[in-house]
Design a protein around this ligand. Structure first.
Ligand code: UD1
Ligand code: MG
Length: 435
């Protein structure tokens, strides 16, 4: 029998999110809130279960993609709605059971450990809420917990209580097994509330202990406003950690960084930068208002106003303003201005002139452009893929390149220029000359 198991409750409808998407799949800093919670749960135990019902298949897929060993239970929400109804069919095989709600993605492992190491029969996470509206209120008498009253069932006096139920509990499993069948649905919502377990435990003469935790770490996300507040808190944590790790950030409040992004060496992020997805940024500077998505950037400077779309590897490279990259592998390249470089490989020493475009899509399929080393691409050139340019090629400005080019060659594809003397005056007449 394992010492402790963790159960995450995620079967609710999430009505207050006002969305077709399941609440626990809403993302904070790039990952679904349930995934953030499961990461913490697995730091506590290998025995983790999730209770689902609404959108079970979609949520199950996400859970098992990240944590294949997670046990999935289905709640009978028709017959047994509510947070205690969620536990009806769960098998308790460990000494202790830690219960976490699926809408508290900011939970911290050290606080969960404090809950699991309490010696009481029931340890309840409690915080002093600045604004307790919506939370279950923890009613105490002479310093002892008596019961939890939900907002909808609370008297006006109880609503003044600021001690809030986190929705996170650690039970001795034997105790939980005994209490669950005793919970009724006699309340304003006709649901089986897990919160009622506290009063039942007290009535049985058992010990209930409040473990005080930080409100920011245990806030429950019930609507999209709370989601934005929680994401703000998570962003601040991510950026604070990175700055302490040595990443320089200008106006960090304006910067967005995905929770999966990794930084190595000495990096600088200027204002308004977004780092999205699983990026690795090493010894690089990302200038104002640039966006990097699911890419690797190493020893390079990017932007301002550049867009590195997914699956790029950019090394020892200078990318200037209004350059968009997608699935591009660049090493030792200069692309200073106004370019689209998609589905391409470009070798070191190559200069990509202003206005260069890889024409990678013909309306049906995507094709690759391969450009070798030390190529000089004149401004306003288009490379119609599939096309291969070998090393040491000079492409004249304004060329539309449709054929492969051999090493050492000049590529020029332009309409020959014609100058007709006096044509202007013949066409507009002398009077049209600006006075
Ligand atoms: C719950 C607590 C409240 C606490 C707050 C903390 C109850 C009755 N209330 O309220 O005391 O202060 O969390 O954030 O427990 N769920 C199920 N099955 C259900 C209903 C809910 O699995 O039938 C899951 C939800 O998916 C969610 C979690 O339980 O992840 C909490 O449900 P939610 O509706 O958010 O409860 P709150 O009203 O926030
Ligand atoms: Mg909630």
């Amino acid at each position: 029998m394992s010492e402790i198991s963790v159960i995450v409750l995620a079967a609710g409808f999430g009505t207050r999110m006002k969305s077709k998407k399941a609440k626990v799949l809403f993302e904070l800093c790039g990952e679904p809130m349930l995934v953030h919670i499961l990461k913490k749960a697995y730091e506590i135990s290998d025995d983790v279960s999730v209770v689902l019902s609404y959108q079970l298949d979609e949520i199950k897929k996400v859970v098992l993609k990240h944590f294949a060993n997670t046990k999935i239970y289905k709640q009978d929400v028709e017959r047994f709605p509510g947070t205690a109804g969620a536990l009806r069919d769960v098998l308790f095989n460990s000494n202790k059971t830690l219960i976490i709600c699926g809408d508290m993605p900011l939970v911290k492992t050290n606080e969960l450990i404090r809950l699991t190491s309490a010696t009481a029969d029931v340890a309840l996470g409690v915080f002093e809420a600045k604004n307790p509206f919506g939370y279950g209120r923890v009613i105490t008498k002479n310093g002892e917990i008596q019961k939890i009253v939900e907002e909808k069932d609370a008297t006006s006096e109880e609503k003044l209580v600021k001690s809030a139920n986190t929705g996170c509990y650690c039970f001795k499993s034997e105790v939980l097994k005994e209490i669950l069948p005793k919970i009724s649905n006699q309340n304003s919502q006709n649901e089986y509330y897990l919160t009622d377990s506290i009063k039942l435990a007290k009535d049985m003469g058992l010990k209930c202990h409040a473990v005080m935790v930080d409100e920011d770490n245990f806030m429950g996300i019930n609507d999209k406003f709370a989601l934005s507040v929680a994401e703000g808190i998570m962003q601040n944590e991510i950026k604070e950690n990175l700055m302490k790790q040595g990443v320089l950030m200008r106006l960090p409040k304006s910067i967005y960084i995905d929770s999966r992004a990794k930084f190595q060496g000495e990096c600088e992020l200027q204002e308004n930068v977004s780092i999205i997805g699983e990026c690795v940024i090493k010894n690089s500077i990302i200038k104002s208002s640039s966006v990097i998505e699911d890419s690797v950037v190493e020893n390079s400077d990017i932007g301002p106003l550049a867009h590195v779309r997914p699956n790029c590897v950019v090394k020892d490279t200078h990318i200037g303003n209004f350059v968009e990259l997608k699935k591009a592998n660049l090493t030792g390249v200069k692309a200073g201005h106004l370019s689209y470089l998609g589905d391409c490989e470009i070798g070191s020493g190559t200069n990509v002139g202003c206005g260069t475009i890889t024409c990678n899509y013909d309306g049906k399929a995507k094709y690759k452009t391969i450009i070798g080393k030390n190529v000089f691409i004149g401004s306003d050139s288009q490379l119609v893929a599939p096309v291969k340019i070998e090393d040491d090629v000079l492409i004249a400005a304004g060329s539309t390149v449709t054929m492969d080019a051999k090493s050492g060659s000049l590529v020029i594809s332009r309409v020959k220029q014609v100058n007709k003397d006096g044509f202007y005056y013949k066409f507009f007449g002398d009077k049209n000359v600006t006075k």
